[in-house]
Write a protein that binds this ligand. Structure first.
Ligand SMILES: C[S@@+](CC[C@H](N)C(=O)[O-])C[C@H]1O[C@@H](n2cnc3c(N)ncnc32)[C@H](O)[C@@H]1O
Length: 389
C-alpha cells in the first residue's frame, strides 16, 4: 500500500466513524479522532492492535474514540419552542413514555421531564423519560446531574432559571433513566421492543450522520413510536420530512407525528400545513413579497426540485437583501445538496446580520419564528461542520 501510516490511520478511523456511528465524513472532526486513535495506539502497541480492537468492538477503545468524535453541545430547554409545544402533545390513557435520543449529558432529558410534569400536570409515576447516547462519558455526567451555570445558558426561560431549578428537583430526577444506545441499532435499552414511546426528541444528532445513516436511525426511531407519537428533530437534522410522519406546527419546528397508516398521510388531521403554497407570478421584483416568494421556493423544493430552489433563493436574497429568513434558508438548502462550506459561509453571513438583533424578535417568514431560533439553528450547523460561529 502506498499510503503513509498517518493517512492510513485517518482513513481507518473515518471508516469506523461512518460504519459504527453513522457519521458523514464531511462533518467528522477527523483531527480529534486521529489524536485519540494515536493515544490508543500508544496504549495498545501497534496500529494493527487498534484496528483489531475496533473490529472486535473493544469497549474501552470505542469509548475514547466516541468521546473524541462526538459533539456533546447541549443545555437546558434548548430551543424552548419545542418545550412550549408540549402542552399540545396527545396524552395516552396510561403513563407517558418519552425518549431523549442522543441526550449527551442529560440536560434535554431532564428538561423534558420538568416541562412535561409542569405543562401536562403529570406526577412522577405517570412519566418515564429515557435518555440515551452512544457516549458513555456523557451519560456518566447525566446520571450525576451536577450541572453548572453553563448548562442553563440561552435555552432556559426566566421561569426555569436557577442553579437548583425545577429540572433537578427530586421528583423530576426520579422520572429520568439513562442507557447507552447507538441510534443505528435496534432500541432495546429499556428492556422492551415495539411501539411504546409517546414522544421522541432526537435533536442535533442526525445532523452529523450521512443521509443513509440518518434514514436508518429514523427507521429505528419510528419502530419504537406509537401511532400518533411525536418525533422532534433539530432544524438541521434531516433534508426532508421523515416518511410516514405528518408535520405538527410550523415547518421550521421539525415536529412530526407518526401516522398509523402512511398511505393516509395526506389526510392525517394533525398535519398542520394548509393549502399548498402558490408559485409566485413572475412580477417585477419590487412587487414581489419576500415571504410569498420564500413559500413558493419551499413548495418547489418539497416537490423535489432542490437545484432550482437554490437558484430562486439566491435571486430572492439578491432582491430582498434585508430578508434574513431567506439567507438562512439558502444556507439550509446548500447543506441539503452537500455544499457544506458554502452553507457555512452563508450561515456566517446570516449570524453577522442577526448579531445586533433582539433574540426574541419574531421575523416574518413562511412561519413567524424568533431570531433566536434561527440563530441557534445556524450555530448548531456551524458547530457540526467544525466552523467557528
Ligand atoms: C449535539 S449533542 C445533542 C444533544 C441534545 N439532543 C441537544 O439537542 O441538546 C449530539 C449527541 O449525539 C450523540 N450521538 C452521536 N452519534 C450517535 C449515535 N450513533 N447513537 C447515539 N448517539 C449518538 C453524541 O454522543 C452527542 O452526545
Amino acid at each position: 500500500m502506498n499510503e503513509s501510516p498517518p493517512e492510513f490511520l485517518a482513513e481507518r478511523v473515518a471508516v469506523w466513524a461512518a460504519q459504527r456511528l453513522g457519521f458523514d465524513p464531511r462533518t467528522l472532526r477527523l483531527d480529534r479522532l486521529v489524536e485519540a486513535a494515536e493515544k490508543e495506539i500508544v496504549r495498545l502497541g501497534t496500529l494493527q492492535d487498534l484496528v483489531q480492537a475496533l473490529k472486535a468492538g473493544d469497549p474501552g477503545v470505542e469509548e475514547s474514540l466516541v468521546a473524541a468524535a462526538t459533539v456533546g453541545e447541549t443545555y437546558f430547554f434548548r430551543q424552548h419552542e419545542h418545550f412550549d409545544l408540549l402542552n399540545k402533545l396527545p396524552l395516552p390513557d396510561g403513563p407517558l413514555n418519552v425518549w431523549s435520543a442522543g441526550c449527551a449529558s442529560g440536560e434535554e432529558a431532564y428538561s423534558l421531564a420538568a416541562a412535561l410534569r409542569r405543562q401536562c400536570s403529570l406526577d412522577a409515576d405517570s412519566l418515564t423519560v429515557w435518555g440515551t447516547d452512544i457516549n458513555a462519558r456523557a451519560l456518566q455526567k447525566a446520571r450525576e446531574a451536577a450541572y453548572g451555570r453553563w448548562s442553563w445558558r440561552q435555552g432556559s426561560g426566566p421561569e426555569w432559571e436557577g442553579p437548583t431549578g425545577l429540572a433537578l428537583d427530586p421528583g423530576t430526577r426520579s422520572c429520568v433513566r439513562f442507557a447507552r444506545h447507538n441510534l443505528l441499532d435496534e432500541a432495546v435499552f429499556d428492556g422492551r421492543t415495539g411501539e411504546r414511546f409517546d414522544l421522541v426528541f432526537c435533536r442535533n444528532v442526525l445532523v452529523y450522520f450521512s443521509p443513509k445513516a440518518a434514514l436508518q436511525a429514523i427507521d429505528r426511531l419510528r419502530q419504537c413510536m406509537k401511532p400518533g407519537a411525536w418525533l422532534v428533530l433539530g432544524n438541521m437534522d434531516l433534508r426532508m420530512p421523515p416518511d410516514g410522519m405528518a408535520r405538527i406546527g410550523p415547518a421550521a419546528l421539525c415536529v412530526y407525528a407518526k401516522v398509523a397508516d402512511p398511505a393516509a398521510q395526506e389526510a392525517a388531521p394533525v398535519r398542520a400545513s394548509a393549502a399548498p403554497p402558490r408559485r409566485p407570478v413572475p412580477l417585477a421584483a419590487a412587487e414581489l413579497d419576500p415571504v410569498e416568494w420564500h413559500r413558493a421556493v419551499l413548495a418547489e423544493m418539497e416537490a423535489g426540485s432542490p437545484q432550482s430552489g437554490l437558484a430562486e433563493l439566491e435571486q430572492l436574497n439578491r432582491t430582498f437583501t434585508d430578508y434574513l429568513p431567506g439567507i438562512f434558508e439558502h444556507g439550509l438548502a446548500l447543506r441539503r445538496v452537500g455544499r457544506i462550506s458554502e452553507a457555512a459561509s452563508v450561515l456566517k453571513v446570516f449570524l453577522a446580520r442577526a448579531g445586533g438583533m433582539n433574540m426574541g424578535e419574531i421575523l416574518p417568514g413562511p412561519e413567524p419564528i424568533s431570531v433566536e431560533f434561527y440563530v441557534n439553528g445556524a450555530r448548531s450547523f456551524l458547530e457540526s461542520a467544525g466552523e467557528q460561529s
